[in-house]
Design a binder for this molecule. Structure first.
Ligand code: OOB
Length: 541
């Protein structure tokens, strides 16, 4: 297969190279450099495994040889759905070494999502853990293979069942390993939050992604003494690259993988491994703030707690330093590129009340009104951006590209922000219709489409409602037809559709009808907005 490309105009690409953002590094080349410089230094810890940089590189190379011997080829796309285990890293660095392209799925994704990713990416391989969190991924893989016959190889970490075990890949010959990738090639496909319909695939190159996590590691103060805890699922862009596991390995820091972000799982790891920095979504940060004062575990090594993925309210943000004794860093990023950080030495007020500033001096940020004109400084508007690590197009999705990018290559983030005089951004909300449920993005449209598949659902509108813990929760307003289903039964039915659990609405409200205007049906967007308003007004009564 031909390598995938992501095209920046030549003049901008030249500028990003001249400025030293893009340094012709690849995932394989940077790991090789670290493994040569500090072979015996511990790189990654997870479960009972502790791998040095040299061991990680050797294991990645064995995976690369094995996958090639199995029949996968350079250029092939491979869906990777692994939890926070050390094999995540040997697998993805192995794929990079074999010049294959990982497609990152979250452990929570089920058949609807995986089939969609496999089809859109034209994947030939699928790599899973046998079981995780009580779920058997081998059964899921069987379903995926039935639906997408092009998925020819399933590789399993653990008991492989009918598939191939990662531990039992054929030996393969080092001579079969391809030359290293060109840094301007697409290294992997990341999953978008999905604001309209199904998730889109985000192509990221070696050049752009390595710049983003190298610069992030610097902004986050990572050194060879730092210990980064990946508490959130590593397949997500935040714990992967902001600075995440890749930024940490790049900086020669140590990575610790937590099996779960709960205080019960994470606190003992912080104490045992001397963790200095980690990242959470706001609801988890609240849980940590609640649990920290009475924990028997010593959390004093923690220097930085990053919070991002959804808005962290100032009242909660203010509690981080007094309760955890560390610096808060707000992170406002997106898998499509742009990431903003409050800086570690910012005044406390900036840290608690803003979502930070862009990584790069060459991140271009526009804040526009609905007609496309710049808003006056300090006023809220739509955020558009382009820069040295923001994509120019989604993979294979002309329709979405026409909507999401301007003709001159700015990405319409869908976020409404204002900019303060010091350049800090404050997120005000979203223009789009998705639900940001504890950092998980849910497309209203995608969930509505599933609900409409139920024989007793005449119409459905899915709306985000404010939620004290989750930030936002999803509420489905439903007009029933025939026998009105019970809310619990409808939720259970949604789960049988093979949809990730976090997309099942938290709340279901039956209504007799939706408002229509004199000219007929209102747009879905207006309908959702009016249902939300009506619900909130009633809740206040
Ligand atoms: C991160 O990435 P995605 O792709 O899951 O979601 C991006 C969207 C943003 O467009 C924004 O709507 C929201 O998530 N968001 C925030 C936020 N961080 C992300 N909204 C308010 N405050 C924040 N701090 O979520 C992501 C990627 C890299 C680093 C951090 C988060």
């Amino acid at each position: 297969m031909r390598p995938l490309t992501q095209l920046w105009p030549a003049a901008l690409a030249a500028r990003y190279r001249d400025k030293g953002y893009w340094r012709r590094e690849t995932f394989t080349s940077f790991l090789r450099v670290r493994a040569a410089q500090v072979p015996d230094r511990l790189a990654v810890i997870g479960g009972d495994q502790r791998w040095s940089f040299a061991e990680l590189e050797a294991r990645a190379e064995a995976v690369a040889r094995g996958l090639l011997a199995l029949g996968l080829q350079p250029g092939d796309r491979v869906v990777v759905q692994l939890p926070n285990i050390v094999e995540f890293l040997s697998v993805v660095f192995g794929l990079f070494r074999a010049r294959m392209v990982p497609v990152y799925a979250l452990p929570a994704h089920r058949s609807v999502e995986i089939v969609h990713f496999a089809r859109t990416a034209e994947a030939r391989g699928y790599i899973i853990a046998a079981r995780h969190d009580g779920f058997d991924y081998r059964a899921l893989a069987q379903e995926v293979c039935r639906e997408v016959s092009e998925v020819a190889h399933v590789v399993v970490v653990g008991d492989a069942g009918p598939f191939t075990a990662l531990d039992a890949l054929p030996d393969g010959d080092a001579a079969t390993l391809p030359e290293d990738a060109d840094p301007s090639e697409v290294a992997f496909l990341q999953i978008s939050g999905g604001s309209t319909g199904l998730s889109k695939l985000i192509p990221r190159t070696h050049d752009d992604y390595i710049y983003s996590f190298r610069a992030s590691a610097e902004i986050c103060g990572l050194t060879t003494d730092s210990v980064y805890l990946a508490a959130l699922p590593v397949a997500h862009n935040f714990p992967m690259s902001s600075p995440g596991v890749f930024g940490a390995l790049y900086a020669g820091s140590r990575v610790v993988l937590a099996p779960s972000p709960s205080p019960e799982a994470a606190f003992p790891l912080i104490a045992r491994e001397g963790v200095t920095i980690t990242g959470l979504v706001p609801p988890l940060a609240l849980l940590w703030l609640q649990a920290a004062p009475t924990t028997p575990h010593d959390l004093s090594s923690l220097e930085v707690l990053q919070v991002g993925g959804a808005k962290f309210l100032a009242e909660s943000a203010r509690r981080v330093r007094p309760v955890l004794g560390c610096t808060l860093q707000q992170v406002f990023g997106m898998a499509e590129g742009l990431v903003n950080y409050t800086r570690l030495d910012d005044p406390e007020e900036t840290i608690v009340t803003t979502q930070g500033r862009p990584i790069s001096p060459d991140d271009e940020v526009l804040i526009l009104d609905d007609e496309g004109h710049p808003v006056p400084e300090g006023e809220a508007g739509n955020l558009l951006t382009r820069g040295p690590y923001t994509i120019r197009a989604y993979h294979n999705n002309g329709g979405a590209n026409a909507r999401a990018f301007t003709p001159d290559g700015f990405y319409r983030t869908g976020d409404v922000v204002k900019r303060l005089p010091d350049g800090s951004l404050v997120v005000q909300g979203r223009a789009g219709d998705h639900i940001n449920r504890a950092g998980e993005k849910i497309s209203a449209e995608e969930v509505e489409d599933h609900l409409l598949g139920h024989p007793n659902v005449f119409d459905a509108a899915v709306v985000s409602l404010p939620d004290a813990f989750l930030g936002e929760r999803a509420c489905a307003f439903i007009i029933a037809q025939g026998q009105k289903p019970k809310a619990a039964a409808l939720k259970a039915w949604m789960r049988t559709r093979g949809l990730a659990d976090f997309k099942v609405p938290d709340q279901i409200m039956f209504v007799d009808g939706f408002e229509t205007t004199a000219v007929g049906k209102v747009s879905r967007k207006e309908l959702r907005a009016s249902l939300r308003r009506r619900f909130l007004a009633q809740a206040e009564d």
